[in-house]
Ligand binder design. Sequence first.
Ligand code: HEM
Ligand code: HEM
Length: 179
Amino acid sequence: MAALSQSGGQTRRASGGLKRPAQIAVLRLWHALLAGGFVVAWATGDENTYALHQFSGYVVLAALVLRALMAAFSPAESLLRWPVLRRQQVMDWLRRGSGRNPLFAGLAVALLLTVAATATSGAVADWMTWMEHPHEAASDVTLAVIFAHVAFVFYQYGGRPWLLAQIRRIKDRFGGKSS
Ligand code: HEM
Ligand code: HEM
């Protein structure tokens, strides 16, 4: 996950505060906590496993608060600041077709927002039962964004040559049959 060093839509340089390798290590640890907590919470949503659901759900909520604190107290160029998606960056990427794909930052922002909506609505549902349905719906939307995120990461880091090779093989096979 060396790519976490670039989460933000553009490569960010380290300046002041933690050194760059330490920033990457912190982001990786944080990512493991968030993703691990989310997977456990998602798998334990029903009544029989509610205690574990509550615990892992609050771990996710705490991870988000921690991320907000890191973003607030890190210097401007730090990797630990919030990922941002700028219009100019999207336009440049579309025009030149090169550079960092803006979907990295777009998906990071979408993930942070949907995970936050799921964890917050869960905390409210703990007290107010009418929030259970919106909470379930939020977790479904988040899961879809996570699938898109994992597929995109796979495609960008190593999966693209494999996928293109499969497409070429299929094309060759069909081409071979028709000739
Ligand atoms: C096999 C599963 C996963 C893999 C391989 C993976 C990999 C990655 C990678 C490589 C990045 C950095 C992307 C970049 O360069 O910008 C990233 C960022 C991120 N991932 Fe995942 N991820 C996984 C699962 C998850 C899950 C389950 C969640 C949410 C619950 C999640 C939430 C995030 C968030 C919020 C970021 C943005 C980090 C930030 O800049 O604040 N990921 N992930
Ligand atoms: C971000 C992580 C979370 C995820 C992915 C998640 C996911 C889910 C899912 C899928 C359900 C539906 C389960 C079912 O009906 O089969 C559910 C229910 C519920 N969740 Fe969460 N949740 C999270 C965080 C939280 C938190 C922090 C709380 C606070 C304690 C919470 C409280 C609840 C409650 C009260 C229900 C209804 C339980 C029931 O119907 O018996 N969730 N959650």
